[in-house]
Design a protein around this ligand. Structure first.
Ligand code: SAM
Length: 287
C-alpha cells in the first residue's frame, strides 16, 4: 500500500506484470509516488479537470493525478503489456480512468473530452516528446482545448523550450514557437536516479500555459522564417533569409528589424513581425 492510495507499490506492480522496461518505447518508469504527486501538483488544481496523459506505463503518474482529484484521466499507452496494471487502477477509481491503447502521435483526445476543461500531464517518451509538443502548440484554434501542459523533458530540451533572446545558446525554433503562444516555466529537475532504469541525463518538469491573445500570425509562416533564420544562426538576417526571399531587405525592414542582426538576437515579437511581413510580401501584387 502507498501513501496516496491503497494500491500496491509500483515496484511490485511492475514485477507482478513482468513490465521489463523497453528502450525502444522510451520506457523509464517513476516508482516514487511522492515525486509523481509533485508533478501532478505542478499542473495546479485538477478539481473538475479532465487530464490527458501520454504513456501511463505502469501508472505511477496516473495514480498521482487521480489521487489529486482529477475528474477523469484519459491515458494513451502504446505498450499493451501495461494494460492489466492500468486496469487495476481503473478498478480502484471507477469511471475515472479511460485507457486507450495506441500511438499518441495519431490520437486526438478531443472527441472524448467535449467542452470540459482539460490539462495534459505526461512523463513523455523522449523520442516523441518534441513532436507531440509541437503538435499541441501549432493547432489552428487558439486558445487551445488544453488549459496547460505539464511535461517531462530532457533538461537540455526544457532549456530550449523556455529560452528567449537573452539566452542565445538555447534560443531557437522551439523557443520562438513556445514564446509566441505560451508562457513556459521549468518547475524542477528530476535526477536520473528517480527513474527505473535510470537514463543518462537529467530531466525537468516544464509547465506551459497558453497566452490568451498572442500576436496574430500564421504558424506556417512563423515556422518558415525561423527555419531559415536559425538554419544559419550565426549569419546576419540579410544573409540567412535569402533562402526564403531573394531580396530579404524589404522583409527585414517591414518587420522593423536591422539587416545586420542574427537570429539569436531577434525577440519572439520580431519573428512574428517577420512572419507577417513574409505573408504580406506573398500577397502583394508583383510589378
Ligand atoms: N508515465 C510512466 C511513468 O512516469 O512511470 C511511464 C513513462 S515512460 C518515460 C513513457 C511511456 O510512454 C511508456 O509507458 C511507453 O510505453 C509509452 N509510449 C512510448 N511511445 C508512445 C506513443 N507513441 N504513444 C503512447 N505511449 C507511448
Amino acid at each position: 500500500m502507498s501513501q496516496i492510495d491503497d494500491l500496491p507499490p509500483l515496484r511490485e506492480v511492475v514485477q507482478a506484470h513482468g513490465l521489463m522496461a523497453k528502450k525502444s518505447l522510451g520506457q523509464n518508469f517513476l516508482f516514487d509516488l511522492n515525486l509523481t504527486s509533485r508533478i501532478a501538483r505542478s499542473a495546479g488544481s485538477l478539481d473538475g479537470v479532465t487530464v490527458v496523459e501520454v504513456g501511463p506505463g505502469p501508472g505511477g503518474l496516473t495514480r498521482a493525478i487521480l489521487a489529486s482529484g482529477a475528474r477523469k484521466v484519459i491515458a494513451i499507452e502504446r505498450d499493451a503489456r501495461c494494460l492489466p496494471a492500468l486496469a487495476e487502477i481503473a478498478a480502484r477509481y471507477p469511471g475515472r480512468l479511460q485507457v486507450i491503447e495506441g500511438d499518441a502521435l495519431n490520437f486526438d483526445p478531443r472527441p472524448l473530452i467535449g467542452d470540459e476543461p482539460a490539462k495534459i500531464i505526461a512523463n513523455l517518451p523522449y523520442n516523441v516528446g518534441t513532436t507531440l509538443l509541437t503538435g499541441w502548440l501549432t493547432q489552428e484554434v487558439w486558445p487551445p482545448w488544453w488549459q496547460s501542459l505539464t511535461l517531462m523533458f530532457q533538461r537540455e530540451v526544457a532549456e530550449r523550450i523556455v529560452a528567449d533572446e537573452s539566452d542565445p545558446k538555447d534560443y531557437g525554433r522551439l523557443g520562438v514557437l513556445c514564446g509566441w503562444r505560451t508562457q513556459a516555466t521549468i518547475m524542477f529537475d528530476v535526477p536520473p536516479s528517480a527513474f527505473v532504469p535510470p537514463p543518462k541525463i537529467t530531466s525537468s518538469i516544464v509547465h506551459i500555459a497558453p497566452r490568451p491573445d498572442p500576436i496574430p500570425c500564421r504558424v506556417e509562416a512563423l515556422e518558415a522564417v525561423t527555419r531559415a533564420a536559425f538554419g544559419q544562426r550565426r549569419k546576419m538576417l540579410r544573409q540567412s533569409l535569402k533562402s526564403l526571399a531573394p531580396q530579404p531587405a524589404a522583409l527585414i525592414q517591414a518587420a522593423g528589424l536591422l539587416e545586420t542582426v542574427r537570429a539569436e538576437d531577434v525577440p519572439v515579437s520580431g519573428f512574428v513581425a517577420l512572419a507577417n511581413a513574409y505573408d504580406a510580401s506573398k500577397r502583394a501584387p508583383r510589378d
